[in-house]
Design a binder for this molecule. Structure first.
Ligand SMILES: [Mg+2]
Length: 316
């Protein structure tokens, strides 16, 4: 049977949960060619497996000793990390009430045992296609179309996440806000097409200076970019900012209209703080913006920085 999802960027991850190994083996044989298949023979194991690596779909047996499929489903749906994983129940119970119960718990489908390979494959294919398509759409919705880096929306989401994490761990969170010097003059002189190409090259140079997977570079708007560096103090963030300034200057993109140099340069504002209860994450961005203003006032093509002491509660 045709079961190809080649239009997607990666192999789908399928988790099979059943207390009977023979059932798992039968399902494994159906999906091992096209999916990365993970297995669990108890509810506990299934929950652990989901914490380790998020599956794209779970085939979940209802009747199991200790923790049954319904209980597993309830727990997964109660956890923000796992609540969006689609679940198909597989069960020997055939009554309408059983089926209704499964949908009420948030399952996307219900398959009766003994399983029919054609039916299982068709239903799994449908659910995996939906899941991978929605993942793809979500990824695209969070990217900036012109430069390929994250967009403003993604930045706002990550700011909230990183803020909460740094608050919990009482570690520093740094923000770098930067923009291209005299970019309006650049567009006026060289045209918008060349301006777009420059935005892409600058974005690439900026992205190349970030080496940790949890550092984020996003286009903030127009010719403005923003970086989020969790777990990085002021000195580290300033070092990153200086390297960015250097790398963009090194691109050597001609800019006749610039008062700073005859090449494209950037100005950067850096702020760092350890989040405290009652502080507003947006104040961190506002403080970085104030530093960016300082960098411009100081003659552009430079980094201006500040420890975020002005953000203490009551003084923000
Ligand atoms: Mg069972």
């Amino acid at each position: 049977m045709e079961f190809l999802l080649t239009q997607y960027p990666r192999r789908p991850r399928l988790l099979l949960v059943d207390d009977q190994r023979i059932n798992i083996q039968a399902l494994y044989a159906l999906f091992r060619e096209q999916c990365d298949v993970f297995m669990a023979t108890s509810g506990e194991q299934a929950l652990q497996q989901c914490q380790k690596q998020l599956p794209d779909l779970i085939l979940l047996d209802v009747v199991m000793p200790d923790m049954d499929g319904h209980a597993v489903c309830r727990q997964l749906k109660a956890d923000p990390l796992t609540q969006h994983i689609p679940i198909i129940f597989i069960t020997a119970q055939k009554s309408e009430a059983d089926e209704v119960k499964c949908f009420e718990l948030g399952a996307v489908d219900f398959i009766s045992k003994p399983i029919n390979p054609v039916i299982v494959q068709a239903r799994v294919r449908t659910q995996l296609t939906l899941k991978l398509q929605s993942d793809l759409l979500r990824t695209q919705a969070l990217l900036d179309g012109l430069t390929g880096v994250a967009n403003r929306r993604r930045f706002e989401e990550e700011l909230q996440n990183d803020w909460r994490q740094c608050l919990r761990e009482q570690s520093a969170l740094s923000v770098i806000l930067l923009d291209i010097d005299h970019f309006k003059a650049y567009n006026d002189h060289y045209g918008h097409q060349r301006g777009d190409s420059t935005l892409r090259q600058v974005a690439q140079a900026l992205a190349a200076t970030l080496c940790r997977p949890y550092d984020l570079l996003a286009r903030y708007g127009g010719e403005e970019f923003v970086c989020l560096l969790p777990g990085t103090g002021l000195a580290g963030a300033v070092a990153v900012a200086q390297k960015m300034e250097e790398q963009v200057r090194k691109l050597g993109l001609e800019h006749q209209g610039s008062s700073v140099a005859k090449v494209v340069t950037i100005s950067l504002g850096v702020v760092s703080l350890v989040p405290g209860v009652g502080m507003d994450p947006q104040a961190l961005v506002a403080a970085a913006d104030a530093q960016l203003y300082e960098a411009k006032r100081g003659g552009r093509a430079q980094v201006s920085s500040s420890a975020g002491c002005a953000l203490e509660p009551g003084r923000a």
